[in-house]
Design a protein. Structure first.
Length: 247
């Protein structure tokens, strides 16, 4: 009798665990997924150590919406095209595994070009104004001296982008965005591997979109303390970034 109760208890516990895992996978795949920001390519808007929630339903679903990107479907379902200015998480086209987050600048058919340090979209300059932004901007383990601009896209979307004041990218060829692809840039313009690098990132196919960044739910300055050093977390926990909505 005791043996039967033990077996029954084990089976019920397994069912509970499997049920919880199933629910977690559904939430992660179809609704929201947490991501960690490991690099400075999106500073000053996203910092190393930020943890964000990404909306998975914003652009519909593809194989990359699910863990391990199972090859079950080659397109997207319930597709809703992202907007210019969105903070987008995507799988890099070079390996279809690594998650990147960048800002969407170019839509299918757009022509993008850097001319004298400014960005042109379809031969129109992105409007920008110099702003005083009181924050240090990093590039890897170094600190950059930057000029910060409030840039305004053609749809009215505004954000802060920074450029290395000691020398920034001046001129490029024209990037022509293919159908069903997007052109994305890091806000830390001179410390970002993005769509300008055609061999490693390049144009991002709509299938590779994972979701839209919506909120910072936790942030820890890893240069001051890691989460493992919990006794020092008060010196590294960025309280001003708790539950910050992203735009």
């Amino acid at each position: 009798m005791k043996k039967k109760k033990l077996i029954y208890s084990i089976i019920e516990n397994i069912k509970t665990i499997l049920g919880a895992l199933f629910i977690a996978i559904i939430i992660r795949s179809l609704i929201f997924q947490p991501f960690y920001i490991p690099s400075s390519s999106m500073e000053p808007n996203l910092l190393v150590g930020d943890r964000i929630f990404v909306s998975k339903y914003e652009y519909g679903y593809s194989k990359h919406s699910f863990p391990f990107s199972p090859n079950i479907y080659k397109k997207r379902i319930f597709y809703d095209r992202p907007s210019r200015g969105d903070l987008v998480v995507f799988k890099t086209p070079s390996d279809n595994r690594t998650d990147y987050i960048k800002r969407l600048i170019g839509l299918p058919g757009d022509q993008i070009q850097f001319v004298n340090g400014e960005i042109l979209i379809n031969e129109n300059k992105i409007k920008r104004k110099l702003v005083n932004y009181p924050i240090k901007v990093r590039c890897g383990k170094s600190t950059l001296k930057v000029k910060a601009f409030e840039e305004t896209l053609s749809n009215g979307y505004k954000y802060i982008a920074v450029y290395n004041s000691l020398g920034t990218l001046q001129n490029t060829k024209k990037f022509i965005v293919p159908n069903d692809h997007f052109f994305l840039l890091g806000d830390n313009r001179d410390c970002s591997k993005d769509s300008r690098y055609l061999d490693s990132v390049g144009y991002v196919n709509y299938v590779n979109l994972v979701g839209k960044a919506k909120m910072i739910f936790f942030s820890n300055d890893t240069t001051k303390s890691s989460l493992l050093k919990f006794w020092n977390i008060k010196n590294s926990f960025r309280t001003n970034r708790l539950f910050v909505n992203l735009k």
